[in-house]
Structure formats: structure tokens, C-alpha cells
Design a protein around this ligand. Structure first.
Ligand code: ADP
Length: 255
């Protein structure tokens, strides 16, 4: 190991101090690199819609003629601006989450889930997606209801978004002596083993979904991960290509 602080004396108090300082520097450097990568990625993600907007405006100014042409351009511009707004909101939310310790109070996940599943039925129906639930009653945990709503919204939104028409989504809960587990399962093309370890990273999107117009930002699961972390829980994903995908969130029960 290369050390920044070269203390060659014995491992007495000064030696231990030197080692502690060295470890602190490692951690600072890591945090700094993480921040730099994040800023770089965020700038790149912001630039993509801006480039599209600039290109569309250029064409409109130099070539377009009919009101229909302008109408179409304005609609495309609106889509890109919406994308920028979603991106900015998610970035802000994620940054705030990172800086926070949250106040926790008893929350019934059961109630939250039932309300959300009902809302998502409206999105699932037109696409003939069967949205089923088996949600137990009284699933109390210590949490923050706004953040938990965001977390479950993200998971349900993805499940419906990435399920093809006529597919299925299930929301299940399970409890054991200490924990509450929530599973969101959906049919579809599944996720390859090479993608699975990266899903919770910021801006990571499976290649084939990048080009699709799902309007995603690649931040939904990173936000989900942070919210679960703030609640002291865990989030995992299981999937294989052409198999169902299961996201499992587990929290310590508050009984
Ligand atoms: P996005 O904004 O792209 O949805 P997320 O962070 O929410 O970003 O998800 C990252 C990627 O993980 C998605 O682009 C998609 O490829 C994949 N993914 C997430 N949820 C699911 C799911 N339920 N089924 C299949 N793929 C999923």
C-alpha cells in the first residue's frame, strides 16, 4: 500500500495517528472522485436534451414553412424541456437525500401500498397490464411517508413502464419476526446478469432502454436506493433475460 504519510517510527500513538490520517485522506479522495464523476455525468445528461433543442430551433429558423411544421417542432421541444425538468428535479431530490438524516415516525406501509396500487391501475388498464396485489394489513415501520411514497412510486412506475402490453405486475408483501418485505414483480424482457450489479447507480440505464422513449432519467433506482438506505433497509433485484424481474425492499418492522 502506498502511504501519503510516511511515518517510519514504531506503531505508537504517533504511528496510529498517521494511519488514521491516511485513511481519512483516502476517504476524502474517494468522496471527491465520486462527486466529480457525478457532476460530469449530470452535465452530460443535461447536455443531451439541450443539443436536441438547439438543433430543432436551428432547423425551425432556417427551413420550416407551414404552421404544422412549427406545431410539430414545438411539441418536440416541449418533450425535451419536460425531460430537462424531470432531470433537474431528480438531481435536486437526490442531492438533498444525500445530505439528510430524516425524522422517522410509525408508518403503515400497507395503507401506502394500497393507495399507490389503486393509482397505478389507471396506468395499467389502457395497456391491458394485469396489476395484482397481495398486501397484508398493518405493516408498520419507522419511516418518512413522503420518502416512502417516492420509493414505492419509483418501483411501481418502473414495473408498469418496463412491462410490455398484456403483461403482469404483482405487488406482494411478506413479514417475518423482524422484517417487512415488499416485492414488486413484473413480466417483460428481464435484465441481463451484466446489467444487474449497476442498476442502482446514478444514470445507469440498460442499453436497449436508453434509446426507447420511456422518458427515463436513470435516477429512479438511485433515488430508491438512497431512500432505503436512509431507512436502514435493503433493496435487491433479481432477474434474468426473458424472465420476470423482482425488486425486494426490506425494512425492520416496528411492532
Ligand atoms: P429510468 O429512468 O431509466 O427508469 P431507473 O434508475 O429507474 O431509470 O432504472 C434504471 C434501468 O433499470 C432502466 O433504464 C431499465 O433499463 C432498468 N429497469 C428498472 N426497473 C425495471 C423493471 N421493473 N423491469 C425491467 N427493467 C427495469
Amino acid at each position: 500500500i502506498t502511504r501519503r504519510i510516511n511515518y517510519r517510527g514504531s506503531i505508537d500513538e504517533v504511528g496510529r495517528l498517521a494511519m488514521t490520517l491516511d485513511r481519512m485522506l483516502d476517504r476524502l479522495e474517494e468522496a471527491f472522485e465520486h462527486q466529480q464523476r457525478f457532476t460530469g455525468d449530470a452535465s452530460h445528461e443535461l447536455r443531451t436534451p439541450l443539443t436536441v433543442i438547439k438543433g430543432r430551433i436551428g432547423v425551425a429558423l432556417s427551413q420550416l414553412r407551414t404552421p404544422e411544421d412549427y406545431q410539430e417542432t414545438l411539441q418536440a421541444l416541449e418533450q425535451e424541456v419536460d425531460r430537462l425538468i424531470r432531470l433537474a428535479n431528480s438531481l435536486l431530490f437526490l442531492t438533498r437525500l444525500e445530505q439528510k438524516n430524516i425524522d422517522l415516525s410509525p408508518i403503515d406501509l400497507s395503507e401506502l401500498l394500497v393507495i399507490l396500487v389503486e393509482q397505478f391501475q389507471l396506468m395499467a388498464e389502457p395497456r391491458k397490464i394485469q396489476l395484482k396485489e397481495s398486501i397484508e394489513k398493518d405493516l408498520f415501520i419507522l419511516g418518512n411517508s413522503d420518502y416512502l411514497t417516492s420509493l414505492l412510486l419509483n418501483l411501481l412506475d418502473n414495473a408498469v413502464k418496463y412491462t410490455p402490453d398484456n403483461g403482469q405486475v404483482w405487488v406482494k408483501t411478506q413479514t417475518d419476526t423482524e422484517k417487512v418485505h415488499i416485492q414488486v414483480i413484473n413480466t417483460g424482457k428481464g435484465i441481463a446478469p451484466t446489467d444487474l450489479p449497476h442498476l442502482f447507480k446514478r444514470f445507469y440505464r440498460v442499453e436497449s432502454d436508453r434509446s426507447r422513449h420511456t422518458g427515463g432519467t436513470g435516477l429512479g433506482l438511485a433515488i430508491a436506493y438512497e431512500i432505503v438506505r436512509l431507512h436502514g433497509g435493503t433493496i435487491t433485484v433479481e432477474s434474468q433475460l426473458n424472465q420476470a424481474t423482482t425488486f425486494t425492499v426490506s425494512f425492520v418492522a416496528n411492532s
